[in-house]
Ligand binder design. Sequence first.
Ligand SMILES: NC(=O)c1ccc[n+]([C@@H]2O[C@H](COP(=O)([O-])OP(=O)(O)OC[C@H]3O[C@@H](n4cnc5c(N)ncnc54)[C@H](O)[C@@H]3O)[C@@H](O)[C@H]2O)c1
Length: 244
Amino acid sequence: MKPMFLGFGNSTKIILKELKDIIDDFYYYDEKKITSDLGIRLENFSIPEDCDMVIECASVGAVKKYYREILDSGKDFYILSTGAFADSTFRNNFMKKIVDSKSNIYIPSGAIGGLDVIYSIRKYIDKVFLKTFKPPISFGRNDKKRELIFSGNAIDAINRFPKNTNVSVTLSLAVGSFEKVLVEIYSEPNVEKNIHKIEAISSVGNYTFTFENNQSPNPKTSLLAPLTLAAVLRKNFEKIKIGG
Ligand SMILES: NC(=O)c1ccc[n+]([C@@H]2O[C@H](COP(=O)([O-])OP(=O)(O)OC[C@H]3O[C@@H](n4cnc5c(N)ncnc54)[C@H](O)[C@@H]3O)[C@@H](O)[C@H]2O)c1
């Protein structure tokens, strides 16, 4: 396969390593003009005719800036910076535009899991609680004890912590509601990992998940996040699809 990567940072490099057996060649565009011995660098943003899909591992801003061209190209679009969907204007424009596009949109689980369960029971969900615990440095803070630094929904969370709350947006998209997901973010000096605790209350049952993520070379990004995108891509090549 020959993908085009939007962004050539931490996550793209992890995905390339993870999928080296199925990626034959790739294009990449990064606004920092990063160069590499591997792949084909695009000087300006464009979508080469012969790429198989566009994989965004850049930023919320990149999703908002380039989604129109990507959807016009009809290429499948894999999105890691899901925080873009917290913006209701963007979300509405995006949803209108996909109606006439041939692109399929893939939103990997990112730094959490259990979205197969959440999506399956979405009609029956009363409330979902997400508690995120990260070391103070992740928020540019220096707390000596646990501090609740945010309580609200994912729309407000992403506005306050744009690089830290893709998880709450992905979860809200799986639930199908921003209102039903209550987000709490804690600055926690006693952890080194990025921890997400999810509790879903529904008429199908109650479900609790805990994710204790090791950080990737970019400490703001859990290693799990790019691995879930790689797994979604790999499933395209497998006859047996597990989960969902
Ligand atoms: N869905 C999730 O659960 C989840 C989890 C972790 C990270 N993320 C998101 O994934 C994205 C990538 O994370 P990362 O650790 O690889 O980041 P990174 O900073 O290591 O790499 C991002 C690269 O994208 C480039 N870039 C940013 N905006 C761009 C633009 N408008 N045009 C072109 N290039 C652009 C940067 O120059 C950088 O090289 C981030 O937005 C992050 O918030 C999502």
